[in-house]
Design a protein around this ligand. Structure first.
Ligand code: SF4
Length: 381
């Protein structure tokens, strides 16, 4: 190949790269001016190559910065009742017939719920998510939850409470609202066209009905996804468009944790770059919504986890409902290392002000090497 041809080829390649980069940036520009990303565009974003993914992240990050600056909202989960659910959601470790080795317990007391919530609040959480397994609460169970919420609000009036109790009966959303609950979480999880493959004991429409009930009662809506459950890219876009139509205020994106003892055990399909593309697509479709990296972030984003905070603006601190997350200190360190701040830390105090989390310098003592070459101990390889 002559040097002229090689030079021309390089120029064409460079122009193609520049064009793709400009496309993402151009789309972000239009979205910032009020444009709504279409289904075709969303699909195109998901299909972007690994090599172009950081360009996509950079465009989505501009939307994140525009709407949320450098703030990260920290949420904390309290599982009020764990396991023994009569529903058959295939992804869930608490489902009917689950053999997953997870904690199973009935309702914890209000005092214990408030005590547990306090740990998350003292680490910077400004929202506590009170969750209970099951199809939906009985009247008695709802009274139990409202009592707990009142006790929590009495002790921590500045903290937002989100309830996640499954399908609601008529009037229950209003009762939650009156007790001080700020938000209701009920995930759509996946597309309507895929729903029958992940659950048979309730329908996609049941989920939409509950979400609409909560919204009509004045509760802020939290509804999101579980990705990596065998859905196609088209179904993923379908689900995100449905969330946009529902106007959910916060969108948690969970990455399937394929527990042993559940039907989706061993189902590992996501790559870290794909997870970033999914988050970027959600940000482009719903730019002004709180986008939360939720369960499974450590397992699927792995070493790219900090990059996700440049697209998402919210996370769960510490552990999940039935699985352990990375250490809360590591979560806070990741926030600080990325140049972010914990939302509300300056007004509410707590470890969200990074108390004990180093900005730079020495975080831990440097460990002198006593293995590998020059020793008889096994090398680090
Ligand atoms: S209803 Fe909730 S707790 Fe029950 S199996 Fe489904 S996801 Fe799990």
């Amino acid at each position: 190949m002559s040097s002229l041809v090689a030079h021309l080829l390089n120029s064409v390649q460079e122009m193609a790269i520049l064009y793709r980069m400009q496309n993402f940036q151009e789309l972000a520009d239009r979205i910032l001016r009020g444009y709504q990303c279409t289904e075709e565009e969303a699909l195109h974003l998901l299909k972007c190559s690994d090599g172009d993914t950081f360009d996509l992240v950079s465009a989505a990050a501009r939307l994140r910065r525009h709407h949320f600056g450098n703030a990260v909202k920290v949420n904390y989960l309290v599982n009020l009742k764990s396991g023994l659910c009569p529903e058959d959601c295939t992804y869930c470790s608490q489902r009917l017939g689950s053999e997953a080795d997870v904690l199973k317990y009935s309702w914890i007391s209000s005092e214990e719920a408030v005590r547990q919530a306090g740990f998350g609040i003292s680490s910077g959480a400004t929202r506590v998510c009170m969750v209970a397994s099951g199809r939906g609460p009985s009247e008695r169970e709802l009274q139990r939850v409202t009592g707990t919420v009142e006790a929590l609000k009495a002790e921590y009036p500045h903290v937002e409470v989100c309830a996640c109790l499954g399908k609601l009966k008529e009037g229950q959303a209003e009762q939650l609202c009156q007790s001080g609950v700020d938000a209701y979480n009920h995930n759509l999880n996946t597309a309507e066209s895929h729903y029958g493959n992940i659950c048979t004991t309730h329908s996609f429409q049941d989920r939409v009905d509950t979400v609409e009930q909560a919204s009509a009662a004045g509760l802020s809506l939290c509804s999101g996804l579980i990705v990596g459950m065998g859905e196609t890219d088209g179904q993923l876009v379908e689900a995100v468009m449905a969330l946009r139509d529902l106007d959910a205020d916060s969108i948690p994106v969970n990455f399937l944790m394929p527990f042993d003892g559940t039907p989706l055990a061993g189902h590992w399909t996501l790559t870290p770059l794909q997870c970033l593309r999914i988050l970027a697509m959600v940000r482009m479709v719903a730019p002004e919504k709180e986008l939360r990296i939720a369960g499974g972030r450590e397992l699927h984003l792995r070493s790219l986890q900090p990059m996700a905070l440049h697209v998402a603006n919210s996370l769960f601190l510490g552990d999940y409902l039935t699985s352990e997350g990375q250490g809360a200190r590591e979560d806070l360190q990741m926030i600080r290392d990325g140049g972010f701040e914990v939302l509300g830390a300056e007004t509410h105090g707590g470890a969200g002000d990074f108390e004990g989390v180093p900005a730079g310098g020495v975080a831990v003592a440097v460990a002198p090497r006593h293995r590998g070459v020059g020793t008889s101990a096994a090398p680090n390889a």
